[in-house]
Design a protein around this ligand. Structure first.
Ligand code: UN1
Length: 495
């Protein structure tokens, strides 16, 4: 079959890059399969995209918000209509199993329906004035042109967290997706086009971080950068934006942990840990990469966990016999392998896995064995650094207080969980765990869109995506004072 070449979307037109070059998008479950060719764009393309977003700004912000919301509702309908084929394309380019790519699209549908309704809410406040005959209120205004820079692990869900609220709030957008998953991003953009989004309101440019991402962040017309990705890149985004007085919202790494107390129901705890650690092949920022188990139950827990983890079947995510797909690319696989070596060197006990998986058809993909390390101590690198792969560290604790200390001894603060049947312990954990998300008797993954998503410390910069909190990122407040006294009234001044 001929390999299709996909274009950029600028000012409502599908156009090739002025570089004249493309890059290949490959299937991580079978690296010989080229899924498509995408534009290797450069600063010139990017400038055109920003220019088009600037041009479209006035018209889009003047369209009443409920009308903007209506277009986005159509996006939700089209995502629903194409859900299955979007999921299939996503599995082919990203590797995670079909059930999870369906979930990825579903998360975008949920987010879209939830957030499109903001077109008829976008609540401000009315508050009393200190003077008679004066009315005070707040209204939300668009920020301007937004840059959306997104990762490959949730190729449609995470872009939806940015594009949908940005657009409903009246901003225009330049969208640069990760180079490992441009097809899902392309299909998402096609849906906006089909839904009737006016030209220039959403622009799509594929290419590398250095050739597209950097000039995008630095472009003087970009008012806000919404970025999800690694903490190192996020820090660079922050520096650049701070220097140019731009706003930025960052969603970065995690080193999420599940606590299993001695009173926990162990079977659901094992299921929750396996789902959190090996779902999406461990490539979620919410993935469970540490489990902290009470001394009294650790032996039993480990034996059940080991048995359960051994049942996981690796393979092509398109097959319904597969539980765990490949990693995204060779670079990521080498990184994960490197961490497994570090774990052994540091003295952790390798219970399972620890290596590249090359059996049968998996030989042609970037597969890695589900890995369990026991006897991990809190300061080891495998207990501190984000691995972004199917590697779980098991740590021991003697009390809830100690378990909480271990969870919080991290530069990240995204998601945490505790398995316990004791309501007092559950509430203590909610109070003490320093993360943006906490689950009781559930895994660290699977946040729902109507709640804020994000984390403390090195995970973010204080913002939260999704929920109504997304509006805090994508709008500016305006405070309005209406004086209907017919004279001059002075606030704060005594007559
Ligand atoms: C991510 O890992 O980057 O909570 C996003 C979850 C998903 C989103 C994860 N709803 O696991």
């Amino acid at each position: 079959m001929a390999i299709k070449t996909y274009k950029n979307y600028i000012d409502g037109k599908w156009v090739v890059s002025s570089s004249g070059e493309t890059f290949d998008n490959i299937n991580p479950a079978n690296k010989k399969e080229i899924i498509g060719r995408f534009q290797k764009s450069n600063a010139d393309d990017l400038n055109k995209a920003v220019k088009s977003a600037v041009k479209a700004q006035e018209g889009w912000r003047n369209l009443p918000a409920p009308k903007r919301g209506e277009i986005l509702f159509r996006v939700g309908e089209l995502l629903t209509k194409y859900k299955e084929s979007l999921a299939e394309d996503m599995t082919r380019e990203m590797g995670k199993v079909l059930n999870e790519t369906r979930g990825d699209v579903q998360e975008a549908i949920d987010l879209t329906y939830y957030t499109a309704g903001e077109g008829r809410r976008m609540l401000g406040e009315t508050v009393p004035s200190e003077l008679n005959n004066k009315f005070c209120m707040t209204v939300r205004m668009p920020v301007g042109v937004v840059a959306a820079i997104t990762p490959w692990n949730f190729p449609i869900a995470i872009p939806s967290w940015k594009l949908i609220p940005a657009l409903v709030c009246g901003n225009t957008v330049v969208f640069k997706p990760a180079s490992d998953t441009p097809l899902s991003a392309y299909r998402f953009v096609k849906i906006f086009e089909e839904a009737g989004l006016p030209p220039g309101v959403l622009n799509f440019v594929t290419g590398s971080g250095s050739e597209v991402g950097e000039p995008l962040i630095e472009h003087h017309s970009i008012k806000l950068v919404s970025f999800t990705g690694s903490t190192d890149t996020g820090a660079q985004v922050a520096h650049k934006c701070a220097w140019n007085m731009k706003q930025y919202s960052l969603e970065m790494g995690g080193k999420n942990a599940i606590i299993v107390m001695d009173d926990a129901d162990l079977d659901p705890a094992v299921e929750g840990v396996v789902w959190g650690a090996f779902g999406t092949t461990g490539q979620r920022c919410t993935a469970c990469s540490r489990v902290i188990v009470h001394k009294k139950v650790i032996k039993k827990f480990i034996s059940r966990l080991l048995k359960r983890t051994k049942t996981l079947r690796l393979g092509d995510g398109l097959k319904n016999t597969t539980d765990v797909g490949p990693l995204i690319n060779e670079e990521q696989r080498q990184k994960v392998l490197g961490y497994c070596k570090v774990g052994v060197e540091e003295g952790a006990k390798l219970l399972l896995g620890g290596n590249i998986y090359n059996k049968g058809k998996c030989r042609s993909g970037f597969f890695f064995e589900p890995t369990l390390f026991a006897e991990v101590s809190p300061k080891m690198r495998i207990a501190q650094e984000e691995i972004f792969g199917p590697v779980l560290s098991i740590l021991e604790c003697k009390s809830l207080e100690r378990a909480v200390e271990i969870v919080n001894d991290s530069r990240f603060g995204l998601s945490s969980a505790i398995y316990t049947r004791d309501v007092n312990r559950a509430f203590k954990a909610i109070e003490k765990l320093d993360t943006g998300i906490t689950y009781i008797n559930s895994s660290t993954i699977g946040a729902e869109v109507q709640l804020p998503f994000g984390g403390t410390k090195g995970t973010g910069n204080g913002h939260r995506e999704a929920g109504t909190t997304a509006l805090e990122i994508f709008t500016e407040w305006k405070s309005v004072f209406v004086d209907y006294s017919g004279g001059l009234q002075k606030a704060q001044i005594e007559d």
